[in-house]
Design a protein around this ligand. Sequence first.
Ligand SMILES: [Zn+2]
Length: 77
Amino acid sequence: MSLKAIENAIDNQKLICPKCKAPVKNYEKYAETIDAVRDGFNVQEIDSHGERVTLICNNSGCDWKERTEYPMQYVID
Ligand SMILES: [Zn+2]
């Protein structure tokens, strides 16, 4: 699971918003270093989550946003 896979899923419109059921249009990678500092002793586990992202639906009329370590749960096949 990599950031590239998330990009591909969004490009191929396979990453579906659970609220409006339309393909999610954007994502943001969020800063792992900041999380690592905040979570302290849990640093090693956090380092393994290179795919932590905020998914942003961005379809009109939908304000769904989800910060997740498991973005692939929203990908359909
Ligand atoms: Zn949506």
